[in-house]
Ligand binder design. Structure first.
Ligand code: SDX
Length: 428
């Protein structure tokens, strides 16, 4: 492994140090490049750029490895506990019983919305996109909880984190119920995190929704597998907004907007719509593969491919296994799961996908699993956001606590017009 790299600029040699990570990954430290050479680097979507040093999540894209604070995600599948993993990501170690009990109490104490926030649901069109509602409501939390805009002491930070993680569920459920013209169902303080969300989504007055252990485990697993993914688009957005010292609510609201995109968290909705089109005969699986390979790039095989994983996304593997377990308990199958399996089989035999290392990613099976729980397609990306929130909070805090952190401000290569004279409108 190189200890340094030498850059030669106009005959002058410049030694650039190497930063080496825990698992041996290496980065060229260019923090002094412009000062010493006047040069910047060009890497438009930062695919070759490490934006920070982080201790939160490790991904090995070639080997299909994902670890939270060093723990492989496979270790969380036995008795999946999303609140425990959220605490691990945010605070950097596995919680002791007291830590977990205290955090659970904070989540319970913060599960209701301020009535002023709740009333805002009355003025939102029923067809409003749930991700628009979620982003707006998270941002709005700054209006109703002004005491949590500067988070310099750990207790205030923990309380703000608990408010976000707890209320995001209530916001999601309320927006779902509103979209169906149903009465909202208040959270039940006696229920655990995931069971409470399912209660708020599916209960009706005087008839509490019964959550089976298998479904509760499956939802915990879904949220765990979505909880963090190092410097993905939405986490990088949260860091960028937080780098200006914007508050945690505003930073996470920005993360929701980034996640909404169909190339990122919105892909789970696109996957279901793609599978539905095949199921309804709109196109065959082979047509889908052919369309995805077409040069015009108008269509993608959603749920496939990844900037980092050039192997099977370990989350997709676990979600696919969870589908089998859940369908066994609900005692029914889903033709879309069979179609998904067929698509995967065709793609993984096709050189277009194999040559480009395109494998199923987290979004390929997550929607089928959520659908098995009765969660509608338009709530899939919101569920992704509920899972990802602890990761965004952890990333925001790591940057906030880093004394060397500076405001994010990339440079550019200007390719616009040279200096040009203004022409008065009379002469144009
Ligand atoms: C998530 O970053 C993260 O960690 C994200 C995430 C997280 O947890 O935060 O893992 C969650 O966002 C998962 C990805 C969800 N998105 C999708 O499923 C959308 C479909 N996938 C693609 O759009 C794409 O694979 C991306 C966006 C995921 C990755 O894009 P890249 O790294 O920029 O890859 P690329 O566009 O440069 O593709 C390289 C080649 C291109 O073909 P050529 O130019 O070489 O001919 O692969 C092709 C692409 O056209 N390609 C696809 C494809 N994905 C890549 N072709 C068809 N279908 C696809 N899905």
């Amino acid at each position: 492994m190189p200890e340094k790299v030498i850059l030669v600029v106009d005959g002058q040699e410049m030694e650039l140090p190497i930063v080496t990570g825990t698992e041996g990954e290496q980065a060229v430290d260019i923090t002094q490049l412009r000062n010493r050479t006047g040069l910047t680097t060009y890497d438009p979507s930062f695919g070759n750029t490490s934006a920070c040093k982080s201790t939160i999540t490790f991904i090995d894209g070639e080997k299909g490895i994902l670890r939270y604070r060093g723990i492989p995600i496979e270790e969380f599948t036995e008795a999946p506990n999303f609140v425990e993993v959220a605490w691990l990501l945010i605070f950097g170690r596995l919680p002791k019983r007291d830590d977990l009990a205290q955090f659970r109490d904070q989540l319970t104490a913060n599960e209701l919305l301020h009535e002023g926030l709740r009333h805002q649901f009355q003025h939102i069109p029923v067809e409003a996109p749930p991700m628009a509602i979620l982003s707006a409501m998270l941002s709005n939390m700054a209006c109703f909880y002004p005491g949590f805009l500067s988070l310099d002491d750990s207790d205030t930070f923990t309380e703000a984190a608990a408010r976000l993680i707890s209320k995001v569920r209530t916001i999601a459920a309320f927006s779902y119920r509103r979209s169906l013209g149903l009465p909202i169902i208040y959270p039940d303080p006696n229920l655990r995190y995931c069971a409470n969300l399912l209660h708020m989504i599916f209960s009706i007055p005087y008839q509490q929704h019964v959550v089976t252990p298998e479904i509760e485990d499956a939802l915990n697993l879904i949220f765990i597998l979505h909880a963090d993914h190092e410097q993905n688009c939405s986490a990088a957005t949260v860091r960028t907004v937080g780098s200006s010292h914007a508050n945690l609510f505003a930073s996470c609201a920005a993360g929701v907007s980034a996640l909404w995109g169909p190339l990122h968290g919105g892909a789970n909705v696109e996957v279901l719509q793609m599978l539905e089109r095949i199921h309804q005969g709109g196109m065959s699986a082979a047509d889908c593969i052919a369309a995805a390979k077409a040069r015009d790039k108008k269509f993608r095989l959603y749920g496939f491919g990844h900037r980092v994983y050039k192997n099977y996304d370990p989350r997709a593997k676990l979600l696919k296994q969870a589908c089998d377990r859940v369908f066994a308990t609900v005692d029914r199958s889903d033709p879309l799961l069979d179609i998904a399996r067929k698509l995967e089989e065709l793609a993984l035999k096709d050189s277009y996908f194999v040559d480009r290392n395109l494998y199923p990613n987290v979004d390929f099976y997550s929607g089928i699993l959520l659908r098995a729980m009765g969660i509608p397609t338009n709530m899939f990306t919101v569920c992704f956001a509920i899972g990802r929130l602890p990761g965004w909070i952890a990333q925001w805090k790591e940057q906030h606590d880093d004394a060397d952190s500076r405001i994010t401000r990339p440079r550019q290569v200007y390719v616009g017009p040279p200096c040009t004279a203004y022409v008065p409108i009379a002469d144009r």
